[in-house]
Design a binder for this molecule. Structure first.
Ligand code: ATP
Ligand code: MG
Length: 555
């Protein structure tokens, strides 16, 4: 009997427990979550955790998830980022219910700020940003109250309106919540909730010259959309009291609750937007989608699949603390995903010409080869064989060390899917470099013929020389070599691994000439590769190595 495969889900975790309790207690009918990126960069693997948690948990309870762009800071935001974020979420396989922009709520946020002023819970401060910072106090000392803290409601209303009208310059005034300058939680010491910024906004244009601060705007956005569980990463934990204060004092009808989960970090990777941005601007990276960087678009270009990324995220789970995960764990999931899906073919990355002297000149025969021996349903492909082939340069050694079973003078090896060949002669150029190998082949040893006459110890791969398709292979190592915490200071460019990209030029089987961007293959002995969408041309295929075949690391 066929059983329907259950949809994979996140294993039990504290957020799921809370949601179950809230539903059982009748506190919420429908779970509503949101993913709230700031459109100031591309999404990375860390965001994939936040996305998966928000979308999969709501889905499990039959709920909804909004995509909301938290675009309250006009200066750093851009439509390019809005579009890339949408594309990445869809590519990961998630569908949002509502699509919103925080900037759509500016008018409502303004009105709620007016309400706070009326209630005596907000005031216009004229201190400079430095003064405000200096009077905030420390963990052990309370802050100092602003001399403007006790203005009348009328005065505050008038000044706030004039701030909106554009009567003041950037930084001249701010609106602050009036809470408690002695609170043990520094976030409650009269946080700034509006600032003046004469800047063009990608969504609202020049309509506004005052902008709400994230900590004030975010709870309102959640409440307006009827979010029930506002899930965010751990650094927002100290903001939770202010989050609740805003929802309560602004008298929002719907009351969202904030829960924090641990951030995902990956060894040998760079995730911070600011850092990636700088590397892109400095030309160290080939765009935000450079296959070495763990942005979603970089991973897509490298050849990772949504299935592998989601399986990886599920495996790392949802915990209450930040965690660093070994990047090799991702490799495990992509190998698992591609094992049965990717056609297997031969590619020669560093070619050395081999002439088979006893093979008839001008003759080409077609040999059968399985497309994927682990998945016979994929069928058979045909590969040409003739007098001239390419093999991998390091599959030949003139003076081999002991236990070298590949090609060397006098030795016989099997050509994968073809014949035994024996090395008879080495051709060198004037400088003594090996430029060609001359071999003989034994027609009786054809693959699949059942030949049992004698055995050879080595099997090497090859491609037929006259029809082979030229290709470029991009091999990657981690972008950074150490596992230090991310630091965005200038000297950090030093961390970049100078060997993170190695380009080789060789050949693939002719049947791959029509490969399309993002087609994935397993190259015999070399690993899994993805056709690069950016550099592949009609003349030349460019492949990104996703991952090699083996690793010592298994989950
Ligand atoms: P970064 O600075 O690392 O690029 P960010 O936190 O500034 O990321 P936002 O656009 O504000 O990016 O993030 C959107 C959501 O993704 C937030 O809810 C945030 O908590 C979550 N998030 C960001 N980075 C991670 C991470 N490494 N692990 C889990 N969640 C993350
Ligand atoms: Mg952020």
């Amino acid at each position: 009997m066929e059983t329907k495969e259950a949809k994979p889900t996140l294993s039990s975790n504290f957020i799921k427990t809370i949601m179950t309790e809230d539903i059982n207690a009748g506190k919420v009918k429908t779970i509503v979550t949101r993913f709230p990126p700031e459109p100031n960069g591309y999404l990375h693997i860390g965001h994939a955790r936040a996305i998966t948690i928000n979308f999969e948990l709501a889905d499990e309870f039959g709920g909804r998830t909004n995509l909301r762009f938290d675009d309250t800071n006009p200066v750093k935001e851009d439509v390019e980022f809005v579009n890339s974020i949408k594309e990445d979420i869809q590519w990961l396989g998630f569908e949002w219910d509502g699509l919103f922009f925080a900037s759509d709520y500016f008018e409502e946020m303004y009105n709620r700020a007016v309400l706070l002023i009326r209630k005596g819970l907000a005031y216009v401060d004229e201190q400079t940003a430095d003064q405000i910072r200096e009077t905030r106090g420390t963990l052990t000392e309370p802050g100092k109250e602003s001399p403007y803290r006790n203005r009348s409601v009328e005065e505050n209303l008038d000044l706030f309106e004039r701030m909106r009208k554009g009567e003041f310059k950037d930084g001249e005034k701010v609106l602050r919540a009036k809470i408690d300058m002695a609170s043990p939680n520094i976030n409650m010491r009269d946080p700034v909730i509006y600032r003046i910024l004469h800047a063009h906004h990608h969504n609202t244009g020049d309509k506004w010259c005052i902008y709400p601060m994230y900590a004030y705007a975010h709870p309102l956005e959640d409440a307006i959309e009827g979010i029930t569980h506002s899930l965010c990463s751990l650094e927002f934990e100290d903001q939770r009291p202010f989050y609740d204060w805003v929802v309560r004092e602004c008298e929002m009808e719907q009351v969202p609750r904030q829960y924090e989960f641990g951030k995902l970090n990956i060894t040998n990777a760079i995730l911070g937007k600011r850092y990636i941005k700088r590397l892109v601007e400095e030309g160290v990276l080939d765009g935000w989608d450079d296959p070495r960087v763990m942005t979603i678009s970089g991973m897509r270009r490298r050849g990772f699949t949504p299935e592998a990324i989601r399986a990886f995220i599920r495996e790392t789970g949802v915990s209450k603390s930040n965690g660093t995960v070994d990047s090799r764990m991702l490799d495990h999931f992509i190998r698992e995903d591609l094992k049965l899906k990717a056609p297997r073919t031969m590619a020669v990355l560093q070619p050395l010409k081999v002439v088979i002297t006893n093979y008839p000149e001008g003759q080409v025969e077609m040999l059968d080869a399985e497309i994927n021996p682990e998945n016979p349903d994929m069928g058979i492909r045909q590969i040409p064989f003739s007098r001239e082939i390419y093999i991998e340069r390091d599959d030949f050694m003139e003076n081999p060390p002991p236990k070298y079973f590949r090609l060397f003078p006098g030795n016989e090896v099997r050509l994968k899917n073809a014949y035994f060949i024996k090395c008879e002669e080495v051709v060198k150029d004037a400088d003594g470099n090996v430029v060609e190998i001359r071999c003989t082949y034994d027609p009786a040893t054809k693959s699949g013929s059942g030949f049992t006459g004698r055995k050879v110890k080595g099997t090497i791969h090859w491609v037929e020389a006259t029809q082979a398709a030229p290709a470029e292979f991009r091999l990657y190592e981690p972008l950074v070599l150490d596992d230090r915490e991310e630091d965005e200071s200038e000297e950090e460019s030093d961390r970049i691994n100078p060997n993170s990209l190695e380009i080789q030029t060789g050949f693939v089987e002719p049947n791959m000439k029509d490969a399309a961007p993002h087609d994935k293959f397993q190259f015999f002995r070399h690993g899994y590769f993805n056709v690069d969408p950016k550099h592949t041309t009609k003349e030349k295929l460019v492949f990104n190595r996703i991952v090699s075949l083996k690793s010592s690391f298994e989950v």
